[in-house]
Each structure stands twice: as structure tokens, then as C-alpha cells.
Design a protein around this ligand. Structure first.
Ligand code: GLA
Length: 491
């Protein structure tokens, strides 16, 4: 009976692969972090393990201070240069230590941004209270302990000229042109203060057109005024859409125009604001997104709820792999697992029907592609399985690798393919994917990795060494699933 119950549960929720965090501290997150000189600095050290944990940092520039119990580093970014520090975390069960490089310079988002965006769960139902709750859950669920950091509002925080919810209708701007948030967002500064107090960052959304995609007030003819407002409210991330700005058939110059304008405005702000271009890949944005000041750009239309497209979307996104680099990321849209709302804008979140194996594939694809890892689902309903998919530090380490390489796709057939990503320490991450309807054996040959010697292979989802292999490695990969490994010739 017990066994039957376990089998049923397993089918229902999927097998948990990520080992539970150990009680001793384990420091996670990027190895390198960029900020602009003289700007406010805020970084919460991602660290798993039983709290209280006591943090210390060797070599911290004097402009920065550490709160030893929360692990939050704050202050003012020191003058241009590289600062190599050593982070230590200790609790009665053990300690951990890690090198961390702070780069004070022009570039932000030296590793793909990680965080949360409300869109695919709450659409035009979002409120300031829900965003505060998302920040709470980012901490309580352990997401922040593996590197999730941005808590981003999407569309529908402003007023709309017309909307089925009268509380979202009102004057778009005040007498001097300042944008007016709708009645669900009465205290924007209070909201970012709340998020910042947890060591997290806040993001906001607008469009260069008169109206956003959801029909709310856009930044048209108020671009600088709005950016200043976002900055003074304390936002750290701006998603800049396209809706109502212009045609989708256009010249590259026309596509670039609003992003050059906003990119320049943001560069002159006195705080770091990561710039996220959301124009669906028009004008081959990957070729110029970085030049206009973008830190990441969507390479295609909305992923939406047609989640059986994740493999195709990822394979397409990989075609632009050479444009992926630190500070400049191709964005195939959000991670939609757990409780999400369907593409019908009014739909209330429901548990994703996506098979467990495919959810692991989803997260592996995004990690191997060095895509922004932005979770878009209902934070108030995060379940154990979803957290296990979102929060595997060894998988995330591949995403956050400082080289910033997007994986190369090889050996692609109708059903199976490999993704190979070179990592900064000389090892390789490999995803063995199977899109077929039954499990399949997938093989990677050392020649494909330009390797000859014996290699140690580690299963990243299970965080387990599989042994030493000569010439090749193969695995039985579940239908719609992945086996993700790290290949290394060092012990
Ligand atoms: C567009 C974007 C989505 C979301 C909506 C908001 O469709 O691509 O990510 O921001 O607008 O209306």
C-alpha cells in the first residue's frame, strides 16, 4: 500500500532530483559581479545551510560594508577596478569559503540576471502586496540562497485609459507629467525599500509607445522623466517593451531608436539599472542589443503557454550563441513551471501539466544557454518539486559561469541532441536531451569535446560523480528529458 502511494505521488509530482541542502553553509551565486563606480551597491551573498550563518569578507573595499548575519553587502561601489575578495560563511555545522570578484566599471549583469517576474502568473491582477510577498518567498523558499535576486514587476502597475478593473483606471500622469501608478501600487518607494531591505533588487516595466502591451500608460514622450522616476523610486532593472511604438516591419535604425534613447538615459542615471530589451528579436537585436546599452534581449516572441515549444525555442536561441557574453545575454523568455496562468490573460494560475522530465530539461536548456533565469509563476504556491527544479546550485553554476558562453548544439536528430558549454575552469557542461516519446540512449564522444584523456563525469541534477570514462559517456535519457553532466579531467 505504502509503495503504491509512493508510486502514485511520484507520477503526480515527479521525482525530486536535487539533493536537499546540507546543514553546513554552501556559498552559491556568481563568482563575478559588476557595478558602476559611485553608485549604490547591494549584494546579498547567496548561501545555503542552517541559519544563523555568520558571514565575513576578506579584502572588502572600504566603501562597502557587510552585515555579518544577513550576508548583505551594501555601500557605494568603489572606484573603477577589480576587487578580489574572499567570502566566508560559518555555522556550528561547518564553513565554506569562496573567491568573489567585484568589477567596478561600466558593465552590469556580468552573469545572467536571476530573479522573478510576475507576468505568467498574475498578468493584470498584480498588486504591490503580491510583489512584497514574492520577495518574502524568494527568501523563505531558499531561491535567494542559490542566486535569485531580482523581484520584477511586469506590465499593469500603471493606470490604463480603460480596463475591466476600475481600480486600474485613472489619470495616466499628474499635472507635471509624472507617471501615476494605479491604486494597487500606492507606495513604489516603500516597495523597493522593502525588497532592498532583504538584500534583493527591484525591477519595473514600461514600453516606449504611448501604451504598453496590456494597454497601460507607456513612456512615450516622457522617457527621461519616467526613467528618473524609476531611479528615484529605487528600481534596479528595467524591462522595455515595444508595444504601440511602431510597426514590426521596419529598418534596423527604427528598431534601435527607442533603445538607444533609453540606453543612454539609463547610463547617465546615478544608480545601476539593468536594461532588458523586450522587442521579440526584431531587427536581429542580438547583433546590436549590447551596443545600445542592453544587458539582455528577447530573441523571439512570447514563449506564452505553448510550453511544448521549449526545445524549438531553445534550439533557435542557440543559433545566436556567439552574441552571448558577460553583460549581454540572449533571452528566450521566462521559466514557467509550478503554478502558472495560461495565455488567456484572465486565467488564474494552475499547476503546470508539463511532465517532470521536461521541467528538468527546461531548466537545463536555460542554464546551458546562459539565459536569464527569471522564474515566472505563482510564488505563493511554490511547491517542493518546483523548488527542486529551480534551485539546484550545480545546475545554476553552469548558467552563472563567468565565461558567459551559450552552449553549442551538436549531434542533432529528430529526437535527440547534445548541448555543450565550455566553463571557465576548463570543464564542460553537457546536456544530453531526448525530445522523443520514449526514453533513448544518448551519447557524447570525447572527440566532440576535443578531449582525449579519461574524464570524470558528474551528474549535475543528482550532484553525484558517475565515475571515470574513456572516450565517451552515454546515458538513458527519459522521454522529453535530459541528463546534464559536467565533464572534467581533474579530481
Ligand atoms: C509583451 C511581453 C511580455 C509581457 C507583456 C506585458 O507581450 O513580451 O513579456 O511583458 O508584453 O503586457
Amino acid at each position: 500500500m505504502k509503495i503504491q502511494l509512493a508510486a502514485c505521488l511520484f507520477l503526480l509530482i515527479g521525482e525530486i532530483l536535487t539533493p536537499a541542502p546540507k546543514p553546513a553553509p554552501r556559498i552559491n551565486g556568481p563568482l563575478v559581479y559588476g557595478s558602476r563606480p559611485g553608485h549604490p551597491f547591494l549584494y546579498r551573498i547567496p548561501c545555503q545551510g542552517e541559519r544563523p550563518i555568520s558571514f565575513s569578507v576578506k579584502g572588502l573595499p572600504i566603501e562597502l560594508k557587510l552585515d555579518a548575519s544577513s550576508g548583505i553587502i551594501s555601500g557605494t561601489t568603489p572606484s573603477k577596478g577589480e576587487y578580489q575578495v574572499v567570502i566566508e560563511a560559518k555555522n556550528p555545522k561547518g564553513k565554506d569559503k569562496r573567491n568573489f570578484r567585484i568589477i567596478s566599471g561600466e558593465k552590469l549583469a556580468l552573469t545572467p540576471p536571476m530573479g522573478y517576474n510576475h507576468w505568467y502568473a498574475h498578468y493584470n491582477r498584480i498588486t504591490g502586496r503580491m510583489m512584497r510577498e514574492a520577495a518574502d518567498v524568494m527568501i523563505s523558499s531558499g531561491m535567494a540562497d542559490v542566486g535569485y535576486q531580482y523581484v520584477n514587476i511586469d506590465d499593469c502597475w500603471m493606470n490604463a485609459p480603460k480596463n475591466r478593473d476600475p481600480k486600474r483606471v485613472g489619470p495616466l500622469r499628474d499635472a507635471v507629467g509624472n507617471i501615476i501608478p494605479n491604486s494597487y501600487f500606492q507606495d513604489m518607494k516603500g516597495l523597493t525599500d522593502y525588497i532592498h531591505a532583504k538584500g534583493l533588487k527591484a525591477g519595473i516595466y514600461t514600453s516606449p509607445g504611448p501604451l504598453t502591451c496590456g494597454g497601460f500608460a507607456g513612456a512615450w514622450q516622457h522617457e527621461e522623466q519616467d526613467a528618473r522616476q524609476f531611479s528615484s523610486w529605487g528600481f534596479d532593472f528595467l524591462k522595455y517593451d515595444w508595444c504601440s511604438y511602431g510597426e514590426r516591419e521596419n529598418s534596423v535604425e527604427a528598431f534601435q531608436k527607442p533603445y538607444i534613447q533609453m540606453g543612454t538615459i539609463l547610463k547617465n542615471m546615478d544608480r545601476d539599472i539593468v536594461f532588458n530589451l523586450c522587442q521579440y528579436g526584431m531587427g536581429e537585436v542580438w547583433k546590436w542589443g549590447g551596443e545600445v546599452g542592453g544587458n539582455c534581449w528577447r530573441t523571439a516572441d512570447d514563449l506564452g503557454y505553448e510550453l511544448d515549444r521549449i526545445f524549438d525555442v531553445a534550439l533557435k536561441n542557440c543559433e545566436y550563441r556567439l552574441y552571448s557574453k558577460p553583460g549581454e545575454w540572449n533571452d528566450p523568455d521566462y521559466i514557467q513551471i509550478g503554478w502558472i496562468g495560461s495565455a488567456d490573460r484572465q486565467a488564474i494560475p494552475e499547476l503546470t501539466p508539463m511532465p517532470a522530465a521536461m521541467q528538468y530539461a527546461y531548466m537545463s536548456l536555460w542554464s546551458l544557454m546562459a539565459a536569464p533565469l527569471i522564474y515566472s509563476g505563482d510564488m505563493s504556491k511554490l511547491d517542493e518539486f518546483t523548488i527542486n527544479v529551480l534551485c539546484n546550485p550545480e545546475v545554476i553554476e553552469v548558467n552563472q559561469d563567468p565565461l558567459g558562453e551559450c552552449a553549442l548544439v551538436v549531434k542533432k536528430t529528430d529526437k535527440c541532441f547534445l548541448m555543450i558549454k565550455n566553463l571557465a575552469d576548463g570543464s564542460r557542461a553537457v546536456g544530453l536531451f531526448n525530445r522523443g516519446n520514449s526514453s533513448a540512449k544518448v551519447q557524447v564522444d570525447w572527440s566532440e569535446l576535443k578531449l582525449t584523456e579519461k574524464q570524470i563525469v558528474r551528474d549535475l541534477w543528482r550532484q553525484k560523480d558517475l565515475g571515470e570514462f574513456s572516450g565517451q559517456f552515454s546515458a538513458e535519457v527519459p522521454s522529453q528529458g535530459v541528463v546534464m553532466v559536467r565533464i572534467n579531467n581533474k579530481n
